[in-house]
Design a protein. Structure first.
Length: 290
């Protein structure tokens, strides 16, 4: 069935599950099909796994399919390497958490997770020695953005964002050992820091959306000209729906749908009953979303 996406016809939230919470959306569009990946959070036992569905219009969805073992979460994005698709996500069942990926030939059948990165004790700010929320971009190298922290099991502390570099997706160098590339600098990032970012190439610069604050989560943006040094610009202008009254974050820009100065973002909304859903918005400038 051909791609039939018309933003004027969608109804938000575009996806919600009656039994489980769906979190951390990630998309790729290929051969007229929109593949949507996410965390399935089982509300009965607290477990997590990676799920997926398909659509061609964000109105009618295929069934939800589980593609990982229990204990994995937060799909970042899908990148194509030679004839393989690579989906990155995190191991979240046991501490310390770490980053992993699965491989597919067809975007539907995925291998078991393969660990590919965690920081070590040479990292001066990720004192919890755990990594979550991967997102991979590619130029002449692969760059993996990750979230580390100094707050696990403590009453205070922050989540912060770092970056690692690789030429082959197997051997990684932690580039941000001295300090995070996205630390905590502003009131809107309090009380517990930042996580879950998305990065795209935008003409002569890199553009990032990220979840600002865990407790009072909203979506912020930053820009960089070298992928390592980032200038925070502030919070995005995003309307609050009843489905997002408690908080909203985990933004993902759907690059394959974004053209002619129109951009599309899917993100996670959480209502006052702690139920989650996915909302899809449009923007002309990546900052003001409607």
């Amino acid at each position: 069935m051909p791609l039939n996406f018309n933003y004027r016809k969608i109804r938000n939230p575009v996806l919600r599950d009656n039994t489980n919470n769906l979190r951390d959306p990630a998309c790729i569009v290929y051969n007229d099909t929109i593949y949507l990946f996410f965390t399935i959070h089982n509300l009965k036992n607290g477990s997590t796994c990676i799920g997926m569905t398909k659509t061609n219009n964000f109105i009618d969805f295929d069934y939800i399919k589980i593609i990982s073992p229990t204990g994995y979460a937060s799909p970042g994005n899908v990148v194509k390497v030679n004839n393989n698709w690579i989906l990155c996500y995190q191991q979240y069942k046991e501490f310390p958490h770490y980053l992993c990926f699965s491989i597919s030939k067809d975007l539907e059948n995925w291998t078991n997770p393969v660990k590919f990165f965690n920081t070590d004790r040479t990292n001066k700010w990720n004192t919890d020695e755990r990594t979550i929320d991967p997102y991979i971009v590619k130029d002449e190298n692969f760059w993996c953005f990750y979230t580390g922290s100094n707050r696990w099991g403590k009453k205070t502390g922050y989540n912060m964002i770092g970056v690692a570099k690789s030429c082959d997706l197997i051997n990684w160098e932690d580039i941000s050992k001295e300090k995070p590339i996205i630390g905590v600098d502003y009131e809107w990032e309090l009380p517990d820091g930042n996580e879950n970012n998305c990065v795209i190439r935008l003409k002569d610069k890199w553009f990032m959306l990220y979840s600002a604050s865990l407790t009072y989560q909203k979506i912020a943006y930053a820009i960089s000209y070298d992928i390592l040094n980032w200038e925070k610009k502030g919070l995005c202008d995003i309307p609050v729906f009843k489905e997002s009254e408690l908080r909203f974050g985990a933004p993902f820009i759907i690059e394959e749908l974004s053209k002619d100065d129109k951009y599309y973002m899917i993100y996670m909304a959480e209502d006052k009953n702690n139920r989650t859903s996915f909302i899809l918005l449009e923007s002309n400038d990546l900052v003001r979303w409607r």
